[in-house]
Write a protein that binds this ligand. Structure first.
Ligand code: OGA
Ligand code: MN
Length: 206
């Protein structure tokens, strides 16, 4: 029997091979998204979220003009149950990508992300220059009832096209971390997501 999961994964593989990025709606269902939104980190944002940096970090002023999001890193090995549901699905996707695209993805790093009203992330690629272990970027959006006039789209630059992807709850974006240029446009409402990368090495225990 062909499962829904394998159909979804196959589409992601095809898109990654063809265009370098993929958009999947309802990667998690409404209940699973609700459960993620109710984790402690989101309830107590002031306690857990820190201003995100760029690369191995430049001055705060430069940083501010590049990206305005706040993040909270997750321990994927002992995360809240609702996060584990997502991590398990990403692990299954990772196994599938390794098998079909001959990648050697070994681990996934994830953080919760909040873009306050008006904040953005300028055009960039995700892979660092000195440290190229990020191979596939994965972003899961958590915003219920997002309307296009609220902005906040992820703009992907693909060949000569610009593709705008709105951050609607349950939607997953996957993209080649080394290749795909993208940016986050400002929104008139707070924008929440889980952002992560599939790595070709195990995460260092800090
Ligand atoms: C990032 C990023 C895109 C998004 O965190 O590197 O580009 O849509 N995020 O949140
Ligand atoms: Mn990015």
């Amino acid at each position: 029997m062909i499962s829904r999961e394998s159909i979804v994964f196959e589409q992601i593989v095809d898109d990654l091979a063809e265009k370098g990025f993929s958009v999947t709606d309802s990667f998690l269902d409404d209940r699973e998204i609700e459960a993620i939104l109710s984790v402690d980190e989101f309830k107590n944002k002031m306690l857990h979220f820190k201003k995100a940096g760029i690369g191995n970090s430049a001055s705060l002023k430069i940083n501010e003009s590049v990206r305005g999001d706040y993040i909270s890193w997750l321990d994927t090995k002992k995360a809240h149950l609702s996060i584990s549901v997502y991590v398990n699905r990403l692990n299954a996707l990772q196994v599938y990508l390794n098998k079909t695209l001959f990648l050697s993805l070994k681990d996934i790093e994830l953080h919760l992300t909040s873009y306050p009203v008006g904040s953005y992330y300028r055009r960039h690629v995700d892979q660092f220059k000195q440290q190229d272990h990020r191979k596939i970027s994965v972003i899961l959006y958590l915003n219920r009832d997002w309307r296009s006039e609220q902005g906040g789209q992820l703009r992907v630059y693909s060949q000569s096209n610009e593709i705008d992807i709105f951050p609607v709850a349950g939607r997953l974006v996957c993209m080649r971390s080394d290749l795909i240029e993208h940016e986050v446009l400002p929104a008139s409402r707070e924008r929440l997501s889980v952002t992560g990368w599939m790595l070709d090495q195990l995460i260092d225990i800090k």
